[in-house]
Design a protein around this ligand. Structure first.
Ligand SMILES: Nc1ncnc2c1ncn2[C@@H]1O[C@H](COP(=O)(O)OP(=O)(O)OP(=O)(O)O)[C@@H](O)[C@H]1O
Length: 589
């Protein structure tokens, strides 16, 4: 069975401990029949037997030994139960720890497409609730099944050794119990799969609402979001109740069967005692162990519920466990090289989920050149730069760096040659210093300051409560959009890579600051090819070349002067951004 194989595979390093736990479970459970057996001896010898009185006088030593035996076995079982639980807990916790690391690495190794198709809330549910369910299954469900089965089998063997006919009478209840259990399992399984899906939706909604907290407040949509959350919560709660209550449809039958064991024992057992076929002590042994047969039947519903939840959770974990990224790092043992920084797009087309967003794009950038990319929103600018570090792979054509297809380069090496400031700025919950030096933790403090100066960030950082030690990001001091962009720019420059990609990095800074940044970019003290996505002519004007993109196609290419002379898209944007002139153009058509 796949689930058991998977657990076994992941128990590596803890298998001995887990097997020990299973053995202790079997031993501890088998000992359950010891006390009923001793009880039977005491009753038959000292209470109900013909020579009971005499035996009390003659065999007092045996009575004491039997009583001490009962106490001893009780203590032994308690000690074993303690040891057993400890082994289950340790092995399951260790396994959970290892699997969590493995899954985390797996998630880290996924490409952008994976993140496009997986919700954060869902991934979080897999990494927390689902993993805990698997651990619970190892430490509790399997333990319960093993112990119930052992007690059941041990009790049956003991019963058969006393009287086969009475035991067979009791066993006539087993087939209907299993039929009911089977029907219940069949009905409840899809419910738990559905329940797991709803939990994921609930968590995703919660995560999105917390992340989008500012937008919700800005649009005063709290009530709408609360309603949305309440709907998901009600959905989950309803599914939870339905799954839990379905057990009640089967519970009366199983409970009746469980009670019927006692009735059969009383009628058939009483008859056999009267007939002298079994002794009163043997009847008492049956009576004190009948729970070992009826309880597993009673608990079968709880166990089936948990097993179905385990299946549903494991199916979700396995989605991460066996997920294979399309873009993988071969980890070839090469010494990381520093590229020159020549970039060439050779008839590149690209599709997102079957929709083509780049059509036959070709252009070249020489090492050290600065290229600006401009174009209407959604025209494919970010998509172009995403292909350079292989966040995505081309659908057709090739992207070459220093003449080599990026798909043939070692991924770590490739990305280690690119500094990038993405359009959505994300800062970590860390100091400003830690954020700037994120790509190079060894960066000396004076270098951090230097890059902050180049990114026009030093002045505002200096004025912050703890300067470069101020904590920013999710839990830290709030920063303006422009301030965040400047820290992200310093972070991208500080890694001193031969290719620097800036995706709309100065869109939120004022013109004066932008001029300072443009100046800094031109005077970087390391060789660097720059690709700058920008909407402002003031940013693109000094680039060696400007590409104009429209609908995934390059429609214009040239220097600032060449493109102005063309009087196309770039010219229009230039005129619009130079107030007054822009209006004249609009009026004159
Ligand atoms: N992860 C994605 N999955 C599917 N489609 C996407 C994805 N990212 C972008 N797109 C689509 O691809 C097209 C190009 O997007 P891209 O982000 O490259 O445009 P852009 O020119 O950078 O836009 P902007 O100036 O608004 O940032 C758009 O139509 C967009 O809807």
């Amino acid at each position: 069975m796949f689930e058991i194989k998977w657990l076994w595979q992941n128990l590596q390093g803890n298998r001995t401990r887990y097997i020990l736990a299973l053995c202790l479970s079997v031993i501890g459970s088998s000992l359950t029949i010891a006390n009923p057996y001793l009880g039977q001896r005491i009753i038959d010898t000292f209470i109900a037997g013909d020579d009971a009185r005499q035996n009390l006088i003659d065999q007092r030593g045996l009575l004491i030994a039997l009583c001490l035996g009962m106490i001893g076995f009780s203590l032994l079982r308690t000690g074993l139960a303690y040891l057993t639980t400890m082994q289950y807990e340790r092995s399951s916790q260790n396994t959970l720890y290892n699997v969590r690391i493995y899954l985390y690495n797996k998630i880290q190794g996924q490409d952008m497409e994976y993140y496009d198709h997986n919700r954060t809330g869902d991934l979080m549910t897999k990494m927390t609730g689902d993993l805990e369910m698997v651990r619970h299954s190892m430490a509790w469900i399997i333990k319960t099944i093993i112990e119930s089965l052992t007690i059941f089998v041990a009790a049956l063997i003991y019963f058969f050794s006393i009287d086969a006919v009475l035991t067979l009478w009791l066993l006539i209840l087993a087939p209907p119990v299993f039929v009911v259990a089977f029907l219940f399992a069949k009905r409840v399984r899809p419910m738990y799969i559905d329940l797991r899906e709803r939990l994921s939706q609930l968590n995703s909604t919660t995560q999105e609402n917390i992340a989008a907290n500012r937008v919700i407040k800005a649009f005063a949509r709290e009530e709408f979001e609360i309603e949305k959350f309440t709907a998901k919560n009600a959905n989950f709660s309803k599914a939870n109740k339905t799954a839990a209550l379905v057990w009640l449809d089967y519970f009366p039958y199983l409970e009746t069967f469980a009670q019927a064991f006692n009735v059969i024992l009383m009628i058939a057992g009483g008859y056999l005692v009267i007939k002298g076929r079994i002794t009163f002590g043997e009847y008492a042994a049956f009576s004190s162990l009948i729970w070992a047969v009826s309880n597993p039947m009673r608990n079968i519903g709880i166990i089936i519920n948990d097993i179905q939840r385990f299946f549903a959770s494991l199916a979700k974990i396995v989605e991460i466990y066996y997920a294979k990224p399309g873009i993988v790092n071969e980890h070839r043992a090469v010494e990381k090289r520093r590229y020159d920084g020549n970039i060439r797009f050779d008839h590149v087309s690209f599709k997102y989920d079957g929709t083509t967003v780049l059509h036959d794009v070709s252009f070249s950038v020489q090492a050290g050149e600065t290229i600006a990319i401009m174009g209407s929103t959604g025209s494919g600018k970010t998509t172009i730069v995403n292909l350079i570090p292989r966040f995505y792979d081309v659908s057709e054509g090739r992207v070459l760096i220093d003449g080599v297809d990026v798909r043939e380069l070692e991924l770590d090496e490739l990305r280690g040659n690119i500094g990038i400031a993405t359009q959505d700025v994300l800062l970590f919950s860390d100091t400003i210093d830690g954020n700037i030096a994120y790509g190079d933790p060894e960066l000396p403090e004076e270098e951090t300051v230097r890059y902050a100066e180049l990114a026009a960030a030093h002045d505002f950082i200096r004025k912050m409560p703890d300067g470069y030690d101020t904590i920013v990001g999710e839990r830290g001091v709030g920063l303006s959009g422009g301030q965040k962009q400047r820290i992200a720019l310093a972070r991208a420059m500080a890694v001193r890579r031969p290719i620097l990609i800036l995706d709309d990095t100065t869109s939120a800074v004022d013109l004066e600051t932008e001029t300072h940044i443009q100046q800094s970019l031109r005077s970087l003290d390391h060789d660097c090819t720059k690709i700058i996505i920008a909407q402002r002519v003031s940013t693109t004007a000094k680039a060696d070349r400007i590409l104009i993109l429209d609908n995934g196609r390059i429609i214009e290419e040239g220097t600032h002067a060449e493109l102005l002379a063309k009087r196309g898209y770039y010219y229009d944007v230039f005129m619009l951004q130079n107030e007054g002139l822009g209006r004249q153009v609009a009026v004159s058509g």
